[in-house]
Design a protein around this ligand. Structure first.
Ligand SMILES: [Zn+2]
Length: 452
């Protein structure tokens, strides 16, 4: 079943040709290497920690497969490797004169660095994963800080992925929790895509949808087992994350795996929240909190009957293009302003287009609400699962005040052109009303407590 799913995913993947996932499979790295790269030479790229954990077994496997190796390239193991462009340049310049294929022993950041360095050189590489910490293994592109702000650089996904679940289950629980936070957002992200699909903005690709949503519930089903480092639970999580990456690779966009909950994280990344910590505040911790934020917002939305939406009032309240730009400039600062203006205006519709869209929302609301309800899980359940696995579910855990958190609902809508529930609410002139309900007495965020 699972192997079939991976085989199907590989058919539609553009870069990745081989995936081995299972307990104790690190010793298959050599076989995967020769299948992909024949008699080429290999260079292991790792950091002090990943090399200490797996360098021996990977090197041994390559040797047994008859692969010639040159001196490994090691980033310092501590402090934590920074996902900055300078590290890509370091690695790229080291690799450029060498005739060898990279075998990265890595989780999130180091894999992203290896991916981009190889991408810039136009070379393929493979990765041996060390933690189920993010969905980037099989994704094209990497999240890198360049020119002061975090951006997704486009570079091909690895040609081969070896995911040894014994190693991943033994990774620090912080890394597993962050992977869980990244994966759980696919629940409301699916609802965002449903809305976009129903409104004729971005149709759902059924094959890609199945790659992400098919294994998702199962992968999320045992947060307690994940926290305890159980191999079987880790399998589901690792598989779910890899499948999400393959889906993004096939779709050539992060839409299948990233909705409004991710936009909370992206905004905070652009605002450099927690970047000065070591290790920096993780992607999945921010995404997990964004997931609860958006799931609770969906719940308020679903209490409304949009078949009675007052279209004239919403159109009357709609800003002109210039007013919209002024709104964006008024609530953002620093490096966020210009990208936010660009993204917001890219999805701006004029009053006439807005009227047409609101009519569609009104007409289709019963269908939209039904499909969205079927996709979502209760926000309280999502929060409980994230608490169990040890992720972040309350703004106070990451130094965000309630006021800033509340503003994130409207500010996050402005930083990506991707259409989500936040856009539907802005266009229907309902966002402020719904957010107010979340923070008013009895509302989700008025009641919510950080984990004990
Ligand atoms: Zn993510």
């Amino acid at each position: 079943m699972t192997d079939n799913l991976i085989a199907t995913a590989l058919e539609s993947a553009t870069d990745t040709r081989s995936i081995v996932i299972g307990k104790g499979v690190a010793d298959q790295a050599g076989r995967v290497f020769t299948e992909l790269f024949g008699d080429r030479r290999a260079i292991i790229v790792a950091d002090g920690n990943t090399f200490a954990a797996m360098g021996g077994v990977v090197a041994e496997s390559l040797r047994e497969a008859g692969v010639e190796m040159i001196e490994p390239y090691l980033f310092p193991g501590s402090p934590t490797l920074y996902a900055g462009y300078s590290n890509i340049e370091l690695l790229r310049d080291h690799l450029a004169p060498l005739d060898a294929v990279v075998v990265a022993i890595a989780s999130g950041t180091l894999n992203d660095v290896a991916k981009c360095a190889n991408g810039e050189l136009g070379r393929e590489y493979m990765v041996v994963g060390t933690a189920a910490s993010m969905d980037g293994y099989a994704a094209y592109g990497a999240s890198i800080t360049k020119d002061g702000f975090k951006q997704t650089l486009s570079c091909p996904a690895p040609a081969g992925i070896v995911a040894d679940l014994t190693v991943m289950a033994a990774a620090p629980t912080r890394l597993t929790a962050t992977g869980y936070g990244d994966l759980i957002e696919k629940v409301p992200a699916g609802a965002d895509w449903i809305i976009s699909d129903e409104l004729g903005i971005e149709a759902i690709d059924e094959n890609v949808w199945a790659l992400v949503q098919g294994p998702l519930r199962e992968a999320l089903s045992d947060p307690a087992g994940l926290r305890a480092g159980e191999g079987d639970s880790t399998y589901g999580l690792a598989e779910g994350l890899i499948m999400s990456g393959l889906a993004m690779q096939a779709y050539q966009s992060s839409r299948p795996a990233s909705g409004a909950g991710h936009q909370f994280s992206h905004l905070w990344e652009m605002e450099k929240l927690g970047m000065d910590q070591d290790p920096p505040l993780s992607h999945g911790f921010k995404v997990g909190l964004g997931t609860v934020a958006i799931a609770s917002l969906f719940e308020v939305l679903l209490t409304k009957d949009l078949t009675t939406l007052d279209v004239d009032a919403a159109v009357a309240a709609w800003p002109t293009r210039e007013e919209m730009e002024a709104r964006v400039r008024a609530v953002h600062s620093g490096d966020v302003v210009e990208p936010a203006v660009t993204e917001t205006l890219a999805k701006y519709v004029d009053a006439q287009e807005l009227r047409a869209r609101l009519k569609v929302i009104k007409e289709k609301w019963p269908v939209i609400a039904e499909r969205v309800r079927a996709q979502l899980l209760p926000a309280a359940d999502l929060k409980a699962s994230l608490d169990t696995v040890g992720a972040v579910t309350h703004p106070s855990q990451i130094g965000v005040t309630m006021d800033r958190f509340r503003q994130t609902y409207s500010r996050a809508q402005m930083i990506r052109r991707r259409y989500t529930v936040l856009d539907l609410l802005v266009e229907a002139n309902l966002l402020d009303e719904c957010v107010d309900e979340l923070f008013a007495e009895g509302g989700f965020w008025a009641e919510s407590q950080p984990p004990a």
